[in-house]
Design a binder for this molecule. Structure first.
Ligand SMILES: N[C@@H](CCC(=O)N[C@@H](CS)C(=O)NCC(=O)O)C(=O)O
Length: 287
């Protein structure tokens, strides 16, 4: 039996109209630069072009953690790329990331400067460059990679799947919301079961795997995105809550969450970061 409201796809999909929803104005079925636009460059070795979304925050947490450990080579300028305004399609950004998505990093301590894109690749690059937040022991190191790559593969079911259909899509489609709510809860359970026996994802030590997982799944637990804490009954995931709260006590995590942030409390928005003192003097409430 077929539903009379059912959409029958044409033989060949043709791009005719914006498809509605929050990001309709920036979505196109083609890649590449849409406008000539040079990127600004600051004086530090690392130049970050990003936005305070979960994927962006992974990297600013790592940079703040490296600085907190005393790695002066991790000093960075964080420039704002406003993806709702289409800045990810400027030619300078596309040169750094042909996929037109934040975050993108340029390491100017190398000659010629090196581009690094994809948040997981950036975390691994920084961990190897500074030999920090990645276990040395092969067993813990592999476990760290397992969870880092788990996040990179699983996260899109949260953002592009659950978040998209629950919060952003122009119509609420029961099938899609049910499918991705089921998957979001399954993933939270995967994390919860692991964290019942492990303090952090790679075992005893905090690592880049925690930094990758925290902004997405800590965010779901705390309701920072999609406002779905009740809908997903997040109180069921007690170990994820314990781990999220533990990470939130780290000053570098608190700082990392503020960088390139353009929503929420103005005192927590540091839209661009160029100096450590910017956290005190340059948040939106002080400008
Ligand atoms: N796999 C990528 C995903 C990056 C990503 O999806 N970034 C989003 C913001 S969280 C973006 O830039 N979207 C802009 C667009 O899709 O045009 C990574 O982890 O770096």
């Amino acid at each position: 039996m077929t539903n009379s409201n059912e959409h029958i796809p044409p033989k060949v999909w043709i791009w005719e109209k914006p498809n509605g929803g929050d990001f309709a104005s920036i979505n196109r079925p083609i890649a590449g630069a849409r406008a000539e636009q040079e990127l600004p460059v600051g004086r530090h070795p690392l130049q970050l072009y990003s936005l305070g979304t979960p994927n962006g925050v992974k990297v600013t947490i790592m940079l703040e953690e490296l600085l907190a450990l005393g790695h002066v080579g991790a000093e960075y300028d964080a420039w704002l790329i406003n993806i709702r305004e289409g800045s990810q399609f400027g030619s300078g950004f596309v040169d750094l990331n042909p996929n037109s998505k934040i975050p993108a990093l340029q390491d100017r301590s190398l000659n010629p400067p090196l581009r690094v894109f994809e948040s997981g690749s950036i975390l691994l690059y920084l961990a190897e460059k500074f030999d920090a937040f990645i276990p040395k022991n092969i067993i813990a190191r592999t476990e760290c990679m397992n969870w880092l790559f788990w996040q990179m593969g699983s996260g899109p079911y949260i953002g592009g799947g659950f978040g998209h259909f629950y919060a952003y899509a122009p119509t609420k489609i029961e099938y899609a919301i049910d499918r991705f709510a089921m998957e979001a809860k399954r993933q939270l359970d995967v994390l919860d079961i692991h964290l019942a026996k492990n303090e952090y994802f790679a075992g005893e030590d905090y690592s880049i795997a925690d930094m990758a997982i925290f902004p997405w799944y800590g965010g779901l637990i705390k309701g920072w995105m999609y406002g779905a804490t009740e809908f997903l009954s997040v109180h069921e995931y007690k170990n994820v809550m314990r781990w999220t709260d533990a990470l939130l006590t780290r000053p570098a995590v608190q700082r990392g969450r503020m960088v390139n942030k353009i929503t929420g409390e103005v005192s927590e928005q540091l839209r661009e970061r160029h100096e450590a003192s910017d956290f005190m003097n340059k948040t939106q409430d002080k400008l």
